[in-house]
Ligand binder design. Structure first.
Ligand SMILES: Cc1cc2nc3c(=O)[nH]c(=O)nc-3n(C[C@H](O)[C@H](O)[C@H](O)COP(=O)(O)OP(=O)(O)OC[C@H]3O[C@@H](n4cnc5c(N)ncnc54)[C@H](O)[C@@H]3O)c2cc1C
Length: 276
């Protein structure tokens, strides 16, 4: 397992994340942008943007491509992958994306509005005790066992095939099938209810396009399904900032970009003041 250190880790490669990265870089901070497929941003579905200064008339896809191009031109690294775990200890953050682990002094959550998606009953309490977000990372723990895969994001079939290839007995549910899901168990996962039908399983892989920040960082204060922030985008957890649609409405590019800028300035100040 690889581990690399940065000043600031940015979760999300949409407008808020890119803006935060550009400002962090301008402040001389090393920053890494971690995000699942950038074209998963809702912006990619916008046919024509008319309210972003200087670029009006552009399609959402072209605007995203232009933003990602800015990262590339300035040599700001970006890793394509789902962030599946965040740990905070000793004043540092450790973030897992796919099989790699990254370390930083501050964290900016720019994960978009899907943060409002609620975890399934049992998902949060059994995370790490039978619930996993990453087949590649945890699959081996379930070799020879019966697991369920909730394939809610793209590429889930490949994870199902991987688990089968290492000897797991896999029950596979697509997003369309997994409408009403409850994960069962006290100490560990023992079963799963899907649309009222009960299945005995040892593990449940919940494979969404993105894992909600509220699940990754259980101490985060939420308001109406969004991350609560102060005027400097601070979340209340020391060193953790949030920006963009994940902090609330209106869901707009200009707001996301502005908040990304403020969050990066605040993260820079935090690192300076804490002498990290
Ligand atoms: C059809 C449509 C049209 C729109 N038109 C306009 C418009 O004309 N003008 C306007 O201002 N706004 C418009 N918007 C809104 C605009 O797209 C959003 O406000 C903007 O994209 C928000 O940026 P963001 O960076 O906060 O979040 P997002 O763009 O959602 O980016 C967040 C990224 O983080 C990733 N992510 C989340 N969690 C994880 C994780 N655990 N691991 C890895 N990656 C993760 C997501 O996959 C996503 O790619 C439109 C939206 C839609 C859907």
């Amino acid at each position: 397992m690889d581990s690399q250190s940065f000043d600031i880790l940015i979760l999300g490669a949409g407008p808020a994340g890119v803006s935060a990265a550009l400002t962090a870089h301008a402040r001389g901070r090393s920053a890494l942008v971690l995000g699942s497929d950038p074209m998963a941003s809702p912006l990619a579905r916008a046919e024509r943007i008319e309210n972003y200064p200087g670029l009006s008339g552009m399609s959402g896809r072209d605007m995203l491509a232009a933003m990602l191009g800015d990262l590339e031109r300035q040599g700001i690294p970006r890793v394509a992958g789902r962030v599946t775990a965040v740990m905070a200890f000793g004043g540092q953050f450790m973030v897992s994306a796919e099989q790699d682990v990254y370390q930083a002094k501050a964290l900016i959550l720019a994960a978009g509005a899907q943060q409002a998606a609620k975890p399934f009953p049992g998902e949060g309490s059994l995370l790490g005790r039978g619930v996993s977000y990453c087949a590649t990372c945890d699959g081996m723990l379930y070799r020879g066992k019966r697991v369920a895969v909730l394939g809610l994001g793209p590429g889930s079939e490949a994870d199902r095939d991987f688990l089968e290839s290492i000897g797991c007995q896999v029950l596979y549910f697509t997003g369309a099938q997994a409408k009403h899901v409850e994960i069962r168990g006290d100490e560990r996962v023992t079963g799963l209810s899907v649309n009222g039908e009960e299945y005995a399983v040892d593990g449940v892989f919940v494979l969404r396009e993105a894992v909600a920040a509220s699940v990754l960082l259980p101490g985060l204060r939420m308001e109406d399904g969004h991350i609560a922030v102060g005027p400097d985008m601070a979340t209340g957890l020391p060193g953790v900032y949030a920006a963009g649609d994940c902090t609330g409405k209106p869901y707009q590019i200009a707001r996301a970009v502005g908040q990304g800028n403020v969050a990066a300035l605040a993260a820079d100040k935090f690192i300076k003041e804490t002498g990290k």
